[in-house]
Design a protein around this ligand. Sequence first.
Ligand code: COA
Length: 177
Amino acid sequence: MLVGNKTFIRPLEIEDAEAFYQWYNDQEVNLWSSGAWPQNTLLSKGEIEDRFFNPDSDEHRYAILDQQRELIGTIGFREVNIPAQSATLFIVIGNKKYWGHGYGPDALKTFLHFLFDQWNFHRLTLDTWDGNLRAIKAYEKLGFKLEGKLREARFVQGHYHDALIFGMLCSEFTRDS
Ligand SMILES: CC(C)(COP(=O)(O)OP(=O)(O)OC[C@H]1O[C@@H](n2cnc3c(N)ncnc32)[C@H](O)[C@@H]1OP(=O)(O)O)[C@@H](O)C(=O)NCCC(=O)NCCS
């Protein structure tokens, strides 16, 4: 278990699938995390298990808990490039009551410690779209740098939006705040 100031991070357990079913079929959660809604079809419980709890997946996904050990979100990385020691992060605080209360940055900071200091990553990438101000502020507060934009790469609620690419090098990670 990884310990942050207001979050804990642990490996996924199959019992987490019920919460994932709620989150990944929720309009607002999908809107902010991917910009995509409506989805073509809602995800069934079987699809949730196949997608998120598949041991053969190349995704490394963990659970975010609050201080009472309640499941509130998920964090992880994918697209690992071993020679470059790089990967792409993702984070979703799925329980909407927890948005805007600092849980996301706390979990990210804890996870960055783990990835830079224990996995020995050199570089981590994060992305979002230009309307997700909460995510942008959270990433910049942690020291991620905006490295580029994919112009009008996302289509959100009838409008094109830029996808934003953020990056952090191990040498840029501030460990003491
Ligand atoms: C993005 C996310 C991880 C941020 O975590 P969080 O715990 O909500 O972040 P914070 O509470 O620290 O808020 C981040 C910043 O946004 C600000 N903020 C909060 N609500 C806001 C809103 N509705 N609009 C704009 N800014 C907002 C906060 O004040 C804070 O800025 P500050 O540190 O300068 O005060 C979380 O909200 C989340 O998972 N959202 C849904 C999925 C998603 O967007 N995932 C990431 C994109 S792929």
